[in-house]
Design a protein around this ligand. Structure first.
Ligand code: ACM
Length: 681
């Protein structure tokens, strides 16, 4: 008995010693974050050689071998460490075919998944675990995505980008577990895919002069013949498309082609004017929906497209149709009568439903932008929600799938940093933090949440003419989309994500991607970082009846201009108050007569969305509220410019006042005025 106690004591001592030497927990900088991570500082050493066994279908095996090339030392070592990658029907705790479990011991790494895609993602995770000494921490990772659809859209119409550049983006997408590349192949600015039956689409409708979209769009908008002097443009041949589709598939990325209809089709309707209502080139953006030739054309195009792209989905556009010619077109009117269609929305819906039937007959499904809800949604359609989230919510509430890509969070053509530090952009300030704050299931009834198919970041390229700028706008914001698409929202922590994104961005930059320099981000407008103190806070403000603020941009409502809260780099941040057409005319009551030395307000100008500086500001004061004296009148010649700018309109001096009237008048453009605070000191 005594001996037993001695042995027990020794054993406990031994266990205690082991515990003392227990390896420490390691938290790797994964992006996207994995679901469950339990790693230690004991390591698997890659060394010179690793024996890699892959038990997976042949194509998957080849894809994995390709992935290892250039990332790990040669395989087939006869001794040393081993790596086993295994496809199995059941993987404990994993539901998604894209999920995986990694077990890492000192001499072996095993990755198991239900599919080659899951093994591929397991390897991507493992590659992110390798440290500078070529070691990998031991332990386990169990991981699977939140959403089946994790996408990026690239507009190749407004400016054309060649297949090697697209492949480079596919490589980066794969690294961050994105799995859909949506190519916006057709639009007014150029048709970008060879269609054998309609050669004019690529001989003519794919070329223009000048090269820069805004010069062309705000110029004559003419197309030119392929090969003619100064012709800018291009297209993917069918062989290019096959190559791209295969390249993406080897990286478990599906390319989804978008063929726009019924709108955004000026290039088609100039090459084939008989498909528009007026049959005149250069006049129409929308197909004629009454004409049977439209269906013949679209079906022929889609037949070739479907042959080239194995994707389950074909995107048929559907956005922003002007529908202006349809009410006057005899064929459209005849169609409406015959089909008992009450309005032009139903006429558009007729086309979309007919195209859906055709696409379904080929074993595929359609996706459309959220306008396809107008006039009645096609029975099997998936909706891509871009004008906010309402379209996606309506789609899932009616039992359809939705892909969430709301402009305020997912449009990568907007400014990612302080506008004066950035190249000109189309959309307002949308830094990485804003993208990362998006939750695709927000506002969705939990019973419908499974219909949210996923998330997508979109890059429209009207103002992005070069490859360098494309990469600059994509990275790192697409990493936020990748993490939202893959990782558990309960683990969202922006500060920690930003650190991981800086690391990933540096890695991308070292690989030749022109990523935005996140580490040196300028950041939010300084006025918006903390409330300002001034004399008008706590006072009273009245708006002249003739100049109310807009319900769409009311900021803090009646007190917004004297609440101490200043706006950031965008008028969409709910801190800028918007006035449309009639300007600003407010009177502030300070409560009692006070000595004042300053009355100032900032305005912003961004001409693309019709936001302008005032042409005139008049500041007047009064002690009794009825007799006002003009303190300052500031005139400004409002001229169109590019980008976003800010301007202060104010008075400084010495005066006494209880009431301050601040009036800002629109210039000839008569668009929006935005101001955030009238500061009185
Ligand atoms: C879109 O941005 N027009 C879909």
């Amino acid at each position: 008995m005594r001996n037993f106690i001695l042995y027990l004591f020794a054993a406990l001592l031994f266990i205690g010693c082991k515990n003392e030497k227990k390896a420490a927990t390691v938290t790797p900088d994964l992006l996207p974050l994995a679901r469950t991570v339990a790693l230690t500082d004991e390591t698997f050493a890659i060394g010179d050689k690793v024996k890699i066994d892959i038990d997976a279908p042949e194509q998957d095996k080849q894809n994995l071998i390709n992935l290892f090339k250039g990332t790990l030392p040669a395989n087939s070592a006869s001794e040393g460490n081993t790596m086993s990658l295994i496809v199995k029907e059941d993987v404990n705790g994993i539901a998604s075919p894209e999920g995986y479990v990694i077990n890492i011991s000192k001499n072996n790494i095993t990755i198991i998944s239900k599919s080659g895609a899951g093994l591929f993602y397991g390897v991507q995770t493992m590659l992110q675990l390798i440290d500078e000494e070529n070691n990998i921490p031991t332990g386990t990772i169990s991981d699977e995505p939140q959403f089946a659809y994790r996408g990026m859209m690239l507009d190749v119409s407004r400016h054309f980008f060649g297949k090697e550049f697209v492949k480079k983006q596919i490589d980066a997408m794969a690294q961050f577990k994105l799995n859909r590349l949506h190519l916006h192949l057709t639009d007014a600015a150029g048709w970008r895919i060879e269609i054998k039956k309609y050669p004019r689409l690529t001989e003519f409708a794919a070329w223009r002069s000048p090269a820069i979209w805004k010069d062309w769009w705000f110029g004559d908008r003419k197309y030119v013949e392929e090969g003619s002097k100064g012709a800018y443009g291009g297209y993917y041949t069918q062989e290019d498309i096959k190559e791209l589709v295969a390249y993406a598939a080897e990286r478990y990325i599906t390319i989804i082609p978008e063929i726009e209809m019924p709108a955004h089709s000026e290039e088609v309707l100039t090459a084939y004017p008989e498909l528009s209502c007026t049959h005149e080139p250069y006049k129409q953006a929308d197909f004629c929906i009454g004409n049977e030739k439209t269906y013949e054309f679209l079906e022929n195009v889609l037949s070739e497209v479907i042959e080239l792209f194995p994707s389950e989905y074909i995107h048929i556009g559907g956005d922003e149709a002007g529908k202006a010619s349809w009410p006057h077109c005899p064929l459209c009117q005849k169609r409406m009568k015959e089909e008992n269609l009450k309005n032009v929305n139903e006429l558009q819906s007729y086309l979309i439903q007919r195209m859906e039937k055709f696409v379904n007959s080929k074993g595929r499904q359609i996706i459309g932008w959220d306008e396809i809800l107008d006039g009645g949604l096609a029975p099997n359609a998936t909706v891509m929600s871009w004008r906010g989230t309402e379209g996606g919510i309506a789609a899932v509430n009616s039992g359809h799938k939705a892909i969430m890509t709301p402009g305020g969070y997912c449009y990568l053509d907007s400014y990612q940093d302080a506008p004066h530090t950035q190249p000109m952009a189309f959309g307002p300030y949308m830094p990485l933090e804003k993208v990362y704050s998006y939750d695709p299931r927000a506002e969705i009834d939990s019973a419908k949440a499974h219909l949210i198919y996923g998330i997508q970041g979109n890059l429209w390229v009207e103002y992005i003419p070069t490859e360098e700028l494309v990469e600059y706008m994509i990275y790192p914001r697409i990493l936020a989309i990748a993490e939202i698409g893959w990782s558990n929202p309960a683990n969202r922590d922006y500060a920690a994500f930003r650190e991981r994104a800086i690391k990933a961005t540096n890695d991308l930059r070292s690989k030749g991607y022109n990523a935005f320099d996140l580490a040196n981000e300028f950041g939010q407008r300084k006025e918006a970082q903390a409330p300002v103190e001034h004399l008008a806070i706590g006072g009273n403000i009245t708006y002249a009846e003739s100049a109310p603020y807009s319900d769409s941009y009311k900021a803090g409502g009646d007190n917004a201009l004297i609440d101490g809260v200043c706006g950031g780099w965008t008028y969409t941040d709910k801190k800028w108050q918007g006035f449309i057409k009639d300007g600003v005319d407010v009177t502030i009551d300070l409560g009692e007569e006070k000595d004042i030395t300053e009355v100032t307000a900032q305005f912003m100008q961004m001409c693309i969305p019709d936001v302008w500086f005032p042409a005139e500001v008049i500041i007047s004061t009064s002690c009794d509220g009825s007799k006002f004296n003009e303190l300052a009148r500031i005139e400004h010649t409002v001229v169109r410019d590019e980008g976003l700018s800010f301007k202060e309109y104010g008075w400084k001096g010495e005066s006494k006042a209880r009431y301050i009237n601040y009036r800002a008048k629109c210039g000839p453009q008569r668009g929006w005025l935005f101001t955030d605070e009238i500061v009185v000191r």
